[in-house]
Design a binder for this molecule. Structure first.
Ligand SMILES: *[C@@H]1O[C@H](CO)[C@@H](O)[C@H](O)[C@H]1NC(C)=O
Length: 504
């Protein structure tokens, strides 16, 4: 023992010199996923209900249009394989004869056949639910399938006049066998339909109340129980399903620990798409996505990642940064090319599920190669999603909010490669919608974003590759930097000199 001790101190010192960079350790998520996924969500298009552009919105949500998106998703390939249906796929008012969630027959005359078609394309299928059982089924005391319980055993009926507890005509579950039997029967049927993902929306507690609905909930209200019961039912169903929690969830340490226990991903902020209905959005917004939403998400990610560093260093499950929309042009998407590259770069660095919100039948030729860029997707699949997401640091070395941002992930693999994203997140585009934390202190125009090795916690020579440009840019011994316009970023892959076949 006496001489073992100095030896291990020496070893530690050596290790910490080489591996000074912070990397989070990663466990499989609650339902057994090592990697996050890619795919497409119907939500941004079905929410795009602009009076002047009637191609989309709720009426667009038809089986025919969804199959068109499915075929386009299949064409896109490259691991984009989850087709996620959002709200509207199922009947809102009541369940089937056993109170189970049932598809809307007007949209899907034969939902199982629709699912089969989607799976035959090599895709996976996701559905959408909200908490609770149908109140009307509780009133009717429908029998719960494969159990001795009736729906009235789940809970007492709620008054449908009250906005709470009868939100969406649903009654809360209780920690009782009938609630569990009901959820099991729902999930068992999902398994029979070959469902691969469940998006569980309107989950509380949230980070902040945004809708009048939230304000009606009693203090301390949470859906932890619902999430746990669904997790147990998924485990018992014999089919692996991803459980995605939504939205703007409380990401404090304690809440995050609870989400991770049962769910695979949790939405860390509000919707990234604009609610374009010509009413609730300030005049002038016609696009599905605006830059302020990306600024806002980068801030949510900063808060989330910084909390992981200080509190656990052990990640289970995935932060969810919502849809990626860089593929469409024209009225659907007003982002500049630079902003789109930063958007996708941040999503790749986050290791989050990467599901597109675009109209996939109208992907612009300029952006299709971006969505399928192998070097970026590999960083997402092999490194940030599987091992450790990018960690935020400010060029001054702090983790305070900053317009000029550094995201760093690694070291990865035998070659101990590191990925660094430098970004100038720019000034406030719509202060009426979102004021970034750097507010009016924004520095307009091009800025030199410098990441010193002190801040990056690196030592020695690295060979640097500009990933988006597919270009080796030479050696870096003390820092990496780039002059970046507002909204612009650069994604560097850095290999220690002499490793990975690199000599610089
Ligand atoms: C089913 O979908 C149709 C078409 O979108 C809609 O008009 C109807 O209200 C939906 N039915 C239910 C019960 O949600």
């Amino acid at each position: 023992m006496l001489f073992a001790r100095p030896k291990s101190i020496l070893l530690l010192a050596l290790l910490s010199r080489v591996h000074a960079l912070t990397k989070l350790s990663k466990e499989d998520s609650a339902n057994g996923f090592r990697n996050s996924f890619r795919g497409w969500s119907s939500f941004p298009l079905q929410a795009y209900d602009h009076p002047e552009h009637q191609d989309y919105g709720p009426a667009w949500f038809t089986e025919d249009n969804l199959l068109k998106q499915a075929r386009a998703l299949q064409d896109l390939g490259n691991g984009y394989d989850y087709l996620m249906l959002d709200s509207g796929w199922s009947d809102g008012g009541e369940g089937d004869e056993n109170g189970r969630i049932k598809p809307n027959k007007t949209i899907f005359p034969d939902f199982k056949a629709f699912s089969k078609q989607v799976h035959n394309m090599g895709l996976k299928l996701g559905v959408y639910i909200v908490p609770g059982a149908f109140n009307s089924d509780i009133v009717d005391n429908k029998p719960i399938a494969d159990s001795q319980f009736g729906m009235s055993d789940v809970n007492t009926p709620c008054s449908t006049d009250a906005p709470f507890p009868c939100t969406f005509g649903r009654r809360d579950l209780q920690d009782n066998p009938a609630s569990r039997a009901w959820v099991s029967s729902v999930v068992k049927q999902f398994a029979d339909w070959e469902i691969d993902l469940i998006k569980f929306d309107y989950i509380h507690p949230k980070a902040s109340n945004e809708s009048p609905l939230d304000d009606k909930l009693p203090d301390g209200y949470s859906n932890f129980l619902d999430v746990d019961i669904y997790h147990d039912a998924i485990s018992a169903s014999g089919r692996q399903m991803w459980l995605l929690l939504s939205y703007n969830l409380d990401i404090s340490h304690d809440a995050t620990e609870r989400w991770r226990k049962s769910a695979d991903s949790y939405r860390i902020s509000t919707d990234v798409n604009n609610p374009v209905d010509g009413k609730s959005v300030p005049a002038g917004i016609t696009t599905m996505v605006s830059w302020f939403a990306i600024q806002k998400m980068s801030e949510a990610l900063r808060i989330y990642m910084s909390a992981q560093l200080s509190e656990t260093r052990n990640l289970k499950g995935f932060a969810d940064v919502d849809s990626l929309m860089i593929g469409n042009t024209g009225f659907l998407n007003g982002l500049s090319a630079a902003q789109r590259m930063t958007y996708m770069g941040l999503w790749a660095m986050s290791g989050a599920p990467m599901y597109l919100g675009d109209d996939l039948t109208k992907i612009d030729d300029a952006y299709r190669p971006w969505l399928t860029k192998k070097e970026v997707l590999e960083i997402h699949d092999d490194w940030t999603s599987q091992e450790s997401p990018g960690i935020y640091v400010n060029p001054d070395g702090s983790r305070n909010p900053s317009q000029l941002q550094i995201w760093e992930a690694g070291p990865f693999g035998d070659d101990e490669e590191v990925v660094v994203l430098l970004a100038n997140m720019g000034c406030t585009e719509r202060a009426d919608r979102y004021e970034p934390p750097w507010g009016s202190n924004c520095q307009p125009g091009g800025q030199n974003v410098v990441a010193t090795y002190e801040v990056l916690q690196l030592q020695g020579r690295y060979c640097v590759r500009d990933v988006w440009a597919s270009e080796d840019t030479g050696a870096a011994d003390t820092q990496v930097s780039k002059v970046l316009d507002e909204g612009q970023s650069v994604l560097y892959r850095m290999t220690p000199n002499g490793k990975g076949g690199k000599n610089c």
